[in-house]
Design a binder for this molecule. Structure first.
Ligand code: GAL
Length: 466
């Protein structure tokens, strides 16, 4: 059996708004997602995260389930408005207590906390009073909030992620309006992204200036699909490269090289803001590791200004800026999100990152799939998810053998949860959640994952009995 390196980190991931519930108690302030969910038509079935998995009250039970699986690490996010109800100034001690207890419980179970500071649930006051990420001052508010978290939790938390998927915040939140705060624009995404990158860098600067004695690491998690050239033509190859740069290099080039890709500057002109020299200084080198969230692959072809409609959940970004048409191969299996299952795309993306950014340590901070799971006789036989994880983890093992410094892998998600605009129908969990009773049931995939962790290998045989 081929093994992962000894120190490979096996983890699972969640985020605050998707699992916690307790939206309105113990002093928590409202977030843009609390508010967005009240707009008719924005969320499937009009669902909300008000209760979600009620993890706020059930975290001990959840940590026991993680312990049963043998995971080494758990990635969760802090709800900014739970610890700072209006996003700045006053601190809510009950919110601090919740995360402090969660961290202690994880450590007691031998599980390393990996903490994301921002997984999209911006305090509503910052949106209403400050225009959210369109305002550059957000970077300072974010750095203050980050400072609070380092101060209160950094004695025990050694792995920090500043932002989760700034691409999604920018494109789905400010471009397509399908995620909070629901804005539609072809210029605001580039401005919001600019401020997000500066916010990330300022938080990292605080950590490195004041908290080196905590001996932790800090980085950012970006999302990217793989783009495979549709044909061997030079034009399609360039189209695929452009699509990857618009997706990932938009955020990763500033962090690793100090500025946006030239191609984006040329195409976007004044819609792409410029970093000042002092900003470039704090942005370049502002990640101790490369956090990657990866879900799927599409073909990319040169479009000559003729865009085809893509129905796959806006994954293309603003495609008219890129001159790229995306498509799927009919032979590819797709998940309930219509995302194609293409493990080799994951390997190619890892190698692209390895090369472009000079061999960084990479952590896959999310990878997973939604399927229409059902409970039969108290069990959930999600063989397709087992196959998905096995396929992607094998691709990871191959990438490592070919020299990629992949150091860990977090499955999305530990349990079924509130899947943003899709509500509760799209189940991504290793654990099934009955949203009536809130009972958790380990799916077959959780049992497979447990064996894979034990063997430290993706070549773990399927678990046929539960
Ligand atoms: C990511 C996101 C997660 C989760 C996942 C599945 O983009 O960070 O919160 O929803 O996608 O769609």
């Amino acid at each position: 059996m081929k093994k992962f390196p000894e120190d490979f980190i096996w983890g699972t991931a969640t985020s605050s708004y998707q699992i916690e519930g307790a939206a309105n108690i113990d002093g928590k302030g409202p977030s843009i997602w609390d508010s967005f969910c009240t707009i008719p038509g924005k969320i499937a079935q009009g669902e909300t995260g008000n209760l979600a998995c009620d993890h706020y009250h059930k975290f001990k039970e959840d940590i026991q389930l993680m312990k049963d699986m043998g995971v080494k690490a758990y990635r969760f996010s802090i709800a900014w408005a739970r610890v700072m109800p209006t996003g700045k100034g006053e601190v809510n001690e009950k919110g601090i207590q919740f995360y402090s207890d969660l961290i202690d419980e994880l450590l007691k179970a031998g599980i390393e906390p990996w903490v994301t500071l921002y997984h999209w649930d911006l305090p509503l006051a910052l949106q209403l009073e400050e225009d959210g990420w369109l305002n550059k001052d957000m970077a300072n508010y974010f750095a203050e909030y980050a400072n609070l978290c380092f101060d209160r939790f950094g004695d025990r938390v050694k792995n920090w992620i500043t932002l989760n998927e700034p691409w999604v915040v920018s494109i789905l939140g400010y471009g397509q309006g399908v995620f909070a705060p629901g804005r539609n624009s072809n210029s605001e995404p580039y401005l919001a992204a600019h401020h997000l990158i500066i916010a990330h860098a300022k938080a990292v600067a605080v950590y490195r200036e004041k908290y080196t004695h905590q001996n932790g690491q800090i980085g950012i998690s970006n999302n990217c699909d793989w783009r495979e050239p549709l044909t061997n033509s030079e034009q399609d190859k360039q189209a695929a490269q452009r699509a990857l740069e618009f997706f990932l290099a938009w955020f990763a080039d500033p962090v690793y090289k100090g500025d946006y890709p030239n191609m984006m500057k040329e195409k976007l002109k004044e819609r792409l803001p410029e970093f000042s020299e002092s900003e470039k200084k704090i942005i370049k080198g502002s990640s101790d590791f490369f956090g990657l969230n990866h879900y799927t692959t599409m073909y990319a072809a040169h479009s000559d200004g003729q865009q085809e409609e893509i129905s796959v959940h806006g994954n293309g970004g603003i495609s008219e800026d890129q001159d790229v048409n995306l498509s799927l191969d009919k032979s590819w299996d797709v998940t309930l999100m219509d995302w194609a299952v293409v493990p080799w795309g994951c390997k190619k993306l890892l190698k692209w990152i390895d090369e472009r950014y000079d061999q960084p340590n990479i952590y896959i901070t999310e990878n997973g799939c939604a399927y229409p799971d059902q409970v039969v006789d108290g069990k959930v036989d999600d063989q397709k998810r087992v196959d998905f994880y096995q396929g992607y983890l094998k691709a990871c093992q191959e990438a490592i053998e070919e020299g990629v410094k992949l150091k860990g892998y977090f499955a999305w998600s530990f349990m079924d949860n509130f899947e943003w605009a899709s509500g509760y129908e799209k189940r991504f969990g290793l654990h099934y959640v009955d949203f009536e009773t809130l009972e958790r049931i380990p799916k077959k995939s959780a049992l497979w994952f447990k064996e894979a962790i034990k063997n430290n290998s993706a070549e773990t045989n399927n678990i046929n009995k539960q």
